[in-house]
Design a protein around this ligand. Sequence first.
Ligand SMILES: Cc1ncc(C[n+]2csc(CCOP(=O)(O)OP(=O)(O)O)c2C)c(N)n1
Ligand SMILES: [Mg+2]
Length: 549
Amino acid sequence: MAKGSDLLVAALENEGVTQIFGVPGEENLDVVESLRTSTIELVVTRHEQSAAFLAATYGRLTGKPGVCLATLGPGALNLVTGAAYAHLGAMPMVLITGQKGIRSSRQARFQIVDMVATMRPLTKSTRQIVSTATIPTLVREAFRVAMEERPGPVHLELPEDIAGEETPSLPLVPPHAIDLPVAHPAALDRAAAMILKAKRPLVMLGAGASRPRLAAGLNGFFRRLQLPFFTTQMGKGSVAGGSSLYMGTAALSERDYVHEAIDRADLILAIGHDTIEKPPFIMGPGGPKVIHVGYTPASVEQVYFPDAEVVGDVGPSLALLADRLEGRLPPESPLLPLRQEILARITDGNDEARFPPTPQRIVRDVRKVMPEDGIVALDNGMYKIWFARNYRTRVANTLLLDNALATMGAGLPSAMMASMLYPERRVLAVCGDGGFMMNSQELETAVRLKLNLVVLILEDSAYGMIRWKQAVDDFPDWGLTFDNPDFVKYAEAYGARGARVEATDDLVPTLDAAFKAGGVHLVVVPIDYSENVRVLVDELKSRQLAAVE
Ligand SMILES: Cc1ncc(C[n+]2csc(CCOP(=O)(O)OP(=O)(O)O)c2C)c(N)n1
Ligand SMILES: [Mg+2]
C-alpha cells in the first residue's frame, strides 16, 4: 500500500524531477519521507524565497519546470515573490505547499492561509489536491501547463491528510513531447511582403528569444538574412557569435545610442518580445512599423501595438520566413554604418583607471574574466542598466537578469542554480550591497552544496538605483544610505572566502584567482556611481551620432 505522498513523489519522478528546493514544515513530513527513498534530492534552503528563485531559474535554463516545496501559511507565503518572478519572467516552475488536513479541523484556523487564492494572480494555475486518486493527473497537468507557452509557475497544495492517506498504487500519466504549430502561411507572406517593402528593417530580440530551445533556429535566421538586430535586456545573448549584426541592447526605453538605430528603422521585426519587460522602445505615431513574432500573440499596450503578427513555434516559423526572404534583401543594411559608433559610445570610459572603479570599467573587467560560456547572474540595482547596456554576450543565457519582476534578492540564488546546472562553467553573481543582503543567507546553502561560485558585491552603501532616480527627479539626496557588514568577515563566517578590491587594477586578478581556487567566494568592490548622472542623464540628453541616410 502506498500513501498520497508516495504517489506525488512517484509522479514527480515520472516528470524527470531530480531536485526539490525548499523548507519543509510538519505538514510536509509525509512528502519528506517519500522523498527519502526516491531518486529525488531534497535541497533545503535558508528561506523559501530563494528556493523559488532556484526552481524558477532551473526552469528558465532548461525549459523544464523546477520544483520548490514549502509548508502551509508562513512557508507558502515566503514563496510568493518567487512565484511572481517566474510568472512575469515566463519561467516554468511547480510550487508544492502543505496544508492542514481538510477532512477534520483539529487545530481550528491555526496557520491557515488560503494559499490557492493567494497564488491565483501569481501563477498560471493553482489547485488543492483533495483526493489521492487525482494526484497522477494533477501533477502531469501542472507540468504541462507550466511548460506550455507562455511558460510559468503552477501551484499545487497537498493537505496533510491527503498526503498521509493510504491509496492503492495508481498508474502515472506518461509525458510526451508536444510540437507546436508553425505560423500560418498567410501571416508569413504578409510579414515577408512588409520586410521586402521596408528600406531599413531592424530585428529586435526580446525575452522570448532566450528560450533554451530557440538558439539554433535564431542563429540560422541571422546567418541566412544578415539583418541587423538589437536586443531587449532579457533577449541579450540569444544570438550567438559576437555577431557583426549586433547594434546594441535597449537598457533604457528611449534616447540611448541604440535608439538612434531604432528611430531610423522603418520596420521592426520583434522576435519574442514580451511586454513584461521595461519597454525597449516606445511605439508611437510616425515610428517604425512593427511585426510581432512570438509563440503567443502580442498583448496590446500603450507602447506596443504591432501592425502584423507571426504566431507559432518561433524557430520553424522563422525558417519559413527566411525561405521567403533569402537572397531578396539588400546585401548590407543602411543601418549598419551606425553600429561602430553606437558600440564605441557605449564602451566609452571602460578603461578609466580611477578608484573606486566606474560601472563601465567593472563591466569590462568582468567580461575579461568570464569565458564566452561563463554565466553572469545579476541581482537588481543600478549596475543592471550598465551590464545590460555594455556587457557583450556571445552565448545564449549567459547574462541572467530579471527585467520582468525586477526583484532584489534573486541574484545569488539564480547564480547558484546556474552553477549547479553547469558545474564546468564559470558562474558569477553580481549584486548590489542592498540586494545581496536580501538573500545572503544562501551562502550557507552554496557552501554546503560545494558549489563553485563567485559573488561580486558592488558597494556604494546605498540603494543606489533609487538614489539615482531621486537625483534625476531633482529630489534632495536623502534617506537611502546604510552601513554594511564587513563582507570579507561575513563570507568567512559562512566558510566561504572573502576578498576586498583595494585598487582598480586588482579587480581582474582577484576575480580570476577566486575562480581558479574554486569553492564559494565573495569579492567586494566599491563603485563610483557618479557616472550614472554624467552618462545616463547628461550625456544622453545631447546624444548625437553621424547622420546616416
Ligand atoms: C525586493 C525589492 N525591493 C525594492 C526594490 C526597489 N529597488 C530597485 S533597485 C533598488 C536599490 C538596489 O540597491 P543595491 O542592491 O545596493 O544596488 P545599487 O543600485 O546600489 O547598485 C531598490 C530598493 C526592488 N526592485 N525589489
Ligand atoms: Mg548599493
